[in-house]
Design a protein around this ligand. Structure first.
Ligand SMILES: [Zn+2]
Ligand SMILES: [Zn+2]
Length: 264
């Protein structure tokens, strides 16, 4: 490269293209890979109407009697699962657009911070660690990555919380959308378990979690469970009940908070 070309490269502002629409534009400050127009299309859930699942509309699901027994405390989602989000999430999961993990983790961070503000009414609240809903070995091979793990790890980094690989998906449960609610529930019941090679010694480091806040007491470990889409809440509930079985390992209560990118 000659000196003139080098100077031009250094002085010319770099034209960047938006991850979502591909247009070359000035990209946002908060969501660094998206142009302003695309960022304005994000259907944020600013005020959840359902205190349990964080839905923005009236919620019949959480009024079902069995909903009260769900193993997670609450769910909060960053955005509505609208046409824009459907397009972006499918580009991320199936279209090789893994760079969406960056804006998605920022969106999850916003939802998490809102969750903290909501829960802090009774004193400062924060999660102790981040984990995610696993995919089957078959899906992992097909996609090359676990979409939930990728955003969860980035989120954990942003929040300076430990990211812990805790769950495994046992069987390939097939396309959920073709099944009835009852079939889905049966099918998912034994779909997840704790990773077989979890070493109780690994939980040594958990002993200090939160001890500054609650010296001496048996206080709960607050686990943030990350996934991409919340539909009926079944996946979150099943994963949460498996995570609660950690109580036998660490001899402390485990509380699970579900954090999802989109609420359908
Ligand atoms: Zn754009
Ligand atoms: Zn609800």
């Amino acid at each position: 490269m000659n000196i003139g070309a080098l100077l031009r490269t250094l002085l010319m502002p770099t034209r960047e293209s938006c991850l979502a629409c591909g247009q070359s534009a000035k990209l946002g400050m908060i969501l660094p890979l998206l142009c302003e127009r695309c960022a304005n299309r994000i259907p944020w859930i600013v005020k959840p109407r359902c205190p349990i699942c964080g839905r923005a509309q009236e919620c019949p699901d959480c009024r079902r009697p069995e909903a009260g027994a769900r193993a997670f405390s609450i769910n909060r989602s960053a955005v509505l699962y609208d046409a824009t989000m459907r397009e972006w999430i499918s580009a991320y999961k199936y279209g090789g657009a893994e760079r969406f993990a960056e804006p998605f983790s920022i969106m999850l961070e916003q939802a998490y911070l809102r969750m903290c503000r909501e829960r802090s009414a009774a004193g400062a609240w924060q999660a102790d660690l981040v984990t995610w809903v696993p995919v089957s070995a078959e899906r992992l091979e097909e996609r090359g990555f676990n979409q939930a793990e990728l955003v969860a790890r980035r989120l954990a980094k942003r929040l300076k919380l430990p990211a812990c690989d805790l769950l495994t998906r046992n069987v390939h449960t097939g396309k959920q959308s073709f099944k009835s609610r009852a079939e889905r529930l049966r099918n998912l019941d034994d779909a997840f378990s704790l990773l077989p090679n979890l070493d109780p010694g690994d939980f040594k480091q958990w002993e200090t979690i939160g001890s500054a806040k609650h010296p001496g007491g048996s206080f709960p470990i607050q686990v943030l469970l990350v996934d991409d889409i919340y539909t009926t809440g079944t996946t979150a509930a099943v994963c949460a009940s498996v995570l609660k079985s950690l109580e036998n390992v660490i001899d402390r209560p485990v509380l699970v908070y579900s954090l999802t990118l989109a609420r359908s």
